[in-house]
Design a protein. Structure first.
Length: 307
């Protein structure tokens, strides 16, 4: 256990605080995980931690090595949460992670927003390359006993929407999410928070639309493109095949690339255009809501045919 840090100007505190910036996250290959639930899920899913900070309270004294359980018990935190923090810090320390107590003002300097759950992790970024996806899908499909089911989003820039889509996809059993925006910052704190930590459980691929379309064609994956003005109702599609459910941004929808049909697409019946019925005055759903409906429709269709 490291000695307590009390200064907001401590080099470790300043270095961690810099990870709020996307540019720094990219440069260092590190990101912040703010919250006990999210940090625990990342740890259990195999993410590698560089360090784990915990809030030792507003009266913490510099250079002391406080006991986690005794210190947190004195703060009045929920006993169940205290035990979870104790277990996480012990597991991290056993694997060589730097476990560092901070006085509350130094801790909140690093934290994102007003929430303080007592722990903040600094973790190494970890995504799936498009070249690795076949292997990942083979493993996950074998575990589920079903053909690959993918989510693809293009041009969805709001981190909260992306996090919500990841959360819905994880809940519905989507095997992977492909983000067709090359520079998207997957580890933005709002993505992590909106996903409730599901981001650490789901394989995420970030690549160009062109590369993703080419990959889907190569592996004969049915492309279900969500377009508002197409005739095929979303529930009429056969989701039992290897399928990618593809959604664009609310402002611009999908680019023309996704509507292009090659002779190979026609031969293998790969391109499908689907829509969600809009029975009121609104002409579309929020993209994360649309994703949830389509992901669960695919799950229900598959489960029904397995009976």
């Amino acid at each position: 256990m490291f000695a307590t840090i009390v200064s907001v100007n401590n080099p470790r505190v300043k270095s961690a605080t810099q990870l709020r910036e996307s540019r720094i996250r990219r440069q260092r290959g590190l990101f912040l995980i703010d919250g006990l639930r999210e940090a625990t899920r990342a740890w259990r899913c195999g993410f590698r931690f560089d360090s784990l900070f915990w809030d030792a309270g507003s009266s913490a004294v510099a250079d002391q090595r406080p006991d986690v359980f005794q210190t947190l018990s004195a703060t009045g935190r929920d006993p169940a949460r205290i035990q979870e923090i104790v277990e996480l810090t012990a597991q991290c320390e056993a694997r060589g992670v730097h476990v560092i107590p901070l006085r509350t003002d130094a801790f909140t300097k690093i934290g994102f927003g007003d929430r303080n759950e007592g722990v903040i992790a600094v973790a190494h970024t970890q995504t799936t390359e498009l070249s690795q996806l076949e292997t990942v899908l083979n493993e996950r499909s074998k575990d589920s006993g079903q053909a690959p089911l993918l989510g693809v989003i293009e041009g969805v820039e709001k981190p909260g929407n992306v996090g919500a889509i990841i959360r819905s996809g994880d809940g519905a059993g989507i095997h992977a999410l492909l983000i067709a925006t090359e520079r998207f910052d997957v580890f933005n704190p709002n993505v992590i928070r909106a996903s409730l930590g599901a981001i650490f459980h789901m394989p995420i691929v970030v690549d160009s639309s062109e590369n993703i379309v080419a990959w889907l064609r190569r592996y004969k994956v049915q492309r279900a493109t969500a377009l508002c003005d197409e005739a095929l109702q979303f529930h009429q599609l056969d989701y039992r095949r290897p399928t990618a459910i593809i959604l664009g941004s609310e402002a611009y929808g999908l680019t023309d690339l996704w509507a292009q049909e090659t002779s190979e697409d026609k031969q293998f019946d790969l391109l499908k255009k689907i829509r969600l019925p809009m029975l009121g005055i609104a002409d579309s759903l929020n993209v994360s809501n649309a994703a949830a409906v389509l992901f669960y429709q695919a799950r229900c269709a598959r489960d029904y045919h397995m009976k």
